[in-house]
Design a protein around this ligand. Structure first.
Ligand code: V1S
Ligand code: CA
Ligand code: ZN
Length: 393
């Protein structure tokens, strides 16, 4: 189909399970695991599975989750029933302690299975990288960057990214974590705050009073003590509403290019949250599918083994477009797939416009005002370059 062939001497693996997609956070909740089904349907209708190794992922075990998460948190997560919702005035401590059962992180039927499948997906991807069996491993079911050691946060219960990076660290001396979700990758940053073996970089909307989670200022670059190896190894790129493809690409390539030269990572973990796309239900940026995908293409061009994770993304048709396009970039078929969504795509009617690359006007009735000045973006680049001078190379 569409002349899609297996790239020569290059292996891409795709890790997913239809079981994960059956879970529901609740009617009004923005997170729709079903977007993974829509993604897989596009990937398949374009014929991409022929060019990849396709794996059905297993659930991560308790011991595997325990590599990052605390026992008490896991024990509660694995036993909490949907009925244990917050309203429990008798027992307010539990909710506060684990942040479970509120509107952001509801307790729903099959929650623990959902979490262990997401983690299993990312761990399988990581093992394909450490065993040199894949050059790029795709885990769209992962990318849940807000989860903490003993706390759920922002729709994330288990931090599959931290688990996958811990796996990479068994064979890789230095891992670069890049996060293009519209939200700050706080959980991953915090987990590797005190080590120089992981550098974390998050691009996000930053407006502490009004936008979740409120962390990730330009000046937050890791521990303040110079004696702490993690100092200068957290990079934050705070942005405002309406950033465009052109601005984002310039920023991304300048920052990631400089980091790559200075830090020389041996593996990359790229979180591709699709809520940074124009028209996202929660996001605020003006990125098109092409601009989002350009980040994946640039990382691939560095020639370093890479895991790509999913993450946020709350307008399912656009999430599916972006992740299908990025899958095509991974296998090097992005210049060969037609722009028109194939007629035989299951759930074809969900793609209101028949193109893989809707225009800004098609994504939003009124494109968002761009509040990012060129001057501020230059300041950000300068600050990051200054931080990098402190990084050993
Ligand atoms: N923005 C936003 C937003 N919307 C919701 C929400 C809306 C409807 C519901 F039924 C349930 C929740 N919650 C939020 C944010 C959390 C965003 C998480 C993003 C996750 C990710 O994309 O980065 C990775 C998967 N929460 C808040 O803003 C917190 C509140 C402060 C306000 C909203 N209420 C519902 C909870 C408290
Ligand atoms: Ca981010
Ligand atoms: Zn997000």
């Amino acid at each position: 189909e569409y002349g899609i062939v297996r790239p020569k001497g290059y292996t891409v693996s795709y890790h997913a399970t239809p079981e994960m997609e059956k879970h529901h956070f609740g009617q009004t909740h923005p997170m729709k695991p079903w977007r993974l089904t829509l993604t897989k349907s596009l990937v398949t209708s374009y014929g991409m599975p022929f060019a990849m190794d396709n794996y059905v992922t297993r659930e991560a075990t308790y011991e595997e989750l325990n590599a990052f998460h605390s026992n008490d948190y896991l024990d509660y997560l694995s036993t909490a029933a949907p009925e244990d919702q917050p309203r429990d005035i008798e027992n307010p401590d539990k909710e506060v302690k684990y942040n479970l059962g509120g509107s952001d992180c509801p307790l729903f039927h099959g929650l623990y299975n959902y979490c262990s499948m997401s983690a299993g997906c990312s761990l399988d991807a990581a093992r394909k990288i450490t065993s040199n069996q894949s050059d790029i491993a795709i885990a769209w079911g992962g990318g849940l960057h807000h989860a903490k050691r003993y706390e759920a946060s922002g729709f994330c219960y288990i931090n599959d990214i931290v688990l996958a990076i811990l796996q990479l660290l068994r064979t890789h001396p230095r891992v670069l974590y890049i996060d293009i979700d519209v939200h700050h990758g706080d959980g991953v940053e915090e987990a590797f705050f005190s080590t120089d073996r992981v550098m974390t970089v998050s691009f996000h909307k930053y407006h502490p009073e009004t936008f979740f989670p409120g962390t990730g200022a330009l000046e937050d670059n890791g521990p303040k003590s110079e004696h702490n190896p993690g100092a200068h190894h957290a990079i934050n790129v705070p942005l405002q509403d309406g950033i465009t493809d052109e601005q984002y690409e310039t920023l991304f390539q300048s920052i990631i290019g400089a980091i790559n030269e200075r830090y020389r990572p041996s593996a990359i973990a790229l979180q591709c949250g699709a809520d940074s796309l124009a028209g996202d239900r929660l996001g605020r940026f003006n990125l098109r599918v092409q601009g989002h995908g350009a980040c994946v293409r640039y990382c691939k061009s560095l020639g370093i083994p890479m895991i790509v994770f999913g993450g946020g993304g709350y307008t399912p048709r656009n999430v599916a477009r972006a992740w299908a396009y990025e899958t095509s970039i991974a296998i090097g078929a992005d210049t060969r797939i037609p722009e028109m969504i194939p007629d035989h795509t299951p759930w074809r009617e969900h793609f209101i416009h028949d193109t893989l690359f809707p225009s800004l006007e098609q994504s939003m009735h009124e494109p968002r005002h761009n509040r990012n000045s060129e001057k501020r973006l230059r300041e950000i680049i300068t600050h990051v370059h200054e931080q990098l001078r402190f990084v050993a190379h």
